[in-house]
Design a protein around this ligand. Structure first.
Ligand code: PLP
Length: 431
């Protein structure tokens, strides 16, 4: 397969952009090859600048529930542009969007739009701290909540000591209030709360983690979070940047039957535009400026073009909820197909799935937390990625990313992917 134009662009990009990319995962560094550059995409397919077409399971990392460039969304967008791109004063569509999100998510009364998932989680934590008057927050190992300082914390498993920054540039002082607990571990959670619960402003969690592969929270774990947060008057924040409007139209509330105090959204609510949002019950959101003293603002927050596409995306999902059943069926078909291949090839690997998120772990299961996930054979995954790419299947260039399915992925796409998965696994393991 020819990648010469991508290679040219990459060497040019390296001169002007750190690592040649605007987000690290795009560099394909983790799989040891130079990245492909996108030219266009439609439906389930993405085409690179050398004209190679792939079945796309990256799908912009989650926002594209209807696939690439769906007509349902793009109609009317040029009209919007002709009316102005951004005003800096309030618009009707922001009110409509907020109403839609609040109506869809029965735990919240109000929502504030921001420009990314990172901004949403960062702001929600500030609000939770302002509301409770407490400083500490608790996150889970392997969960990613964007790149704000206080959330970039690495932690040895089982630690209940102060966090240690994962990245240079994050002062230890900033993360000293970030506690880290093992995912899906109710005992450790209770222990941390027994020792420090009165000081914990918020627990932030991915109900299904999509950042250590796909690792679903166990129902009893999510229920325990609710119970413990109630006991200690800690704000429970669901980071639904990946799961929001993906697991179900009512997101994790429908999926787990548990309501948080606050929620963060991103990705799907922008349909591919740079959007995030955080929301909560009115008494919590009342601390946000200009009503309350907690400051949070944004020049482009609630941008009319982003609201237009995001709102259309949500309207489609609200009015076509059978799509969730259909995506579930397709994702199950893909997961089962991969499992059968593993059986045929006698490979002891694990497939996790939650809704339309699927992940093949190159390790024996069960994979229920970060320690389980890091047992994967990364070299084998990297070789597998390259084989799949050669067969025109684009999956995440990292073991720890999900495969994202969309309405546009056909049964034929999935059958083709299962066949390629078999061939790639066979080749990588010299079978
Ligand atoms: N939260 C979760 C669960 C995410 O997966 C991500 C990004 O992938 C973020 C927050 C950060 O969102 P963004 O990349 O839009 O800043």
């Amino acid at each position: 397969m020819k990648h010469s134009r991508s290679e040219e662009l990459y060497s040019e990009a390296l001169k002007y952009i750190p690592g040649g990319v605007n987000s690290p995962v795009r560099s394909f560094n983790s799989v040891g090859i130079s990245p492909i550059f996108a030219q266009k995409a439609h439906g389930s397919r993405i085409t690179d600048v050398d004209g190679n077409e792939y079945i796309d399971y990256i799908c912009s990392w989650g926002p594209l529930m209807l696939g690439h460039s769906p007509e349902e969304l793009s109609k009317g967008i040029t009209d919007m542009i002709s009316k102005g791109i951004s005003y800096g004063i309030a618009t009707e569509i922001e009110v409509e969007m907020a109403k839609m999100i609040v109506e869809a998510y029965p735990a919240i009364d109000q929502v504030r739009m921001v420009n990314s998932g990172t901004e949403a989680t960062m702001s929600a934590l500030r609000v939770a701290r302002g509301y409770t008057g407490r400083n500490k927050i608790l996150k889970f190992e392997g969960c990613y909540h964007g790149h704000s300082d206080g959330l970039l914390v690495k932690s040895g498993s089982g630690t209940i000591t102060f966090g240690v920054p994962t990245s240079p540039g994050v002062p230890a002082d900033v993360v000293k209030n970030t506690l880290v607990c093992k995912y899906n571990d109710i005992d450790e959670l209770r222990q941390i709360f027994k020792e420090q619960g009165e000081d914990i402003a918020a627990v932030i969690v991915e109900t299904v983690s999509g950042n250590m592969g796909v690792v679903p929270g166990k129902k009893e774990f999510i229920e325990a979070l609710r119970e413990i947060c109630d006991e200690y008057k800690t704000v429970l924040i669901f980071d639904e940047v990946i799961t929001g409007f993906r697991l179900a139209y009512d997101s994790s509330i429908g999926y787990f039957g548990v309501k948080p105090d606050m929620v963060c959204f991103g990705k799907i609510i922008g349909a591919g535009m740079p959007v995030g949002a955080y929301g909560g019950r009115k008494e919590i959101m009342d601390v946000v400026s200009p009503v309350g003293p907690v400051y949070q603002a944004g020049t482009l927050s609630g941008n009319p073009l982003a609201m237009y596409l995001g709102k259309k995306n949500l309207e489609y999902l609200r009015d076509n909820q059978d799509l969730y059943t259909e995506l579930d069926r397709k994702a199950e078909k893909l997961a089962n197909g991969i499992k059968e291949n593993l059986k045929k090839l006698n490979l002891n690997y694990t497939v996790n799935r939650a809704g339309s998120l699927v992940c093949l772990f190159f390790a024996e299961g069960p994979i229920e937390n970060y320690d389980d996930a890091i047992k994967c054979d990364i070299e084998k995954y990297n070789a597998y990625f390259k084989e799949m790419l050669d067969m025109n299947i684009l999956i995440g260039p990292s073991q720890y990313e999900a495969m994202f399915l969309s309405k546009a992925h056909s049964d034929e796409d999935i059958e083709n992917t299962i066949k390629c998965n078999y061939e790639a696994l066979k080749k990588v393991h010299n079978l």
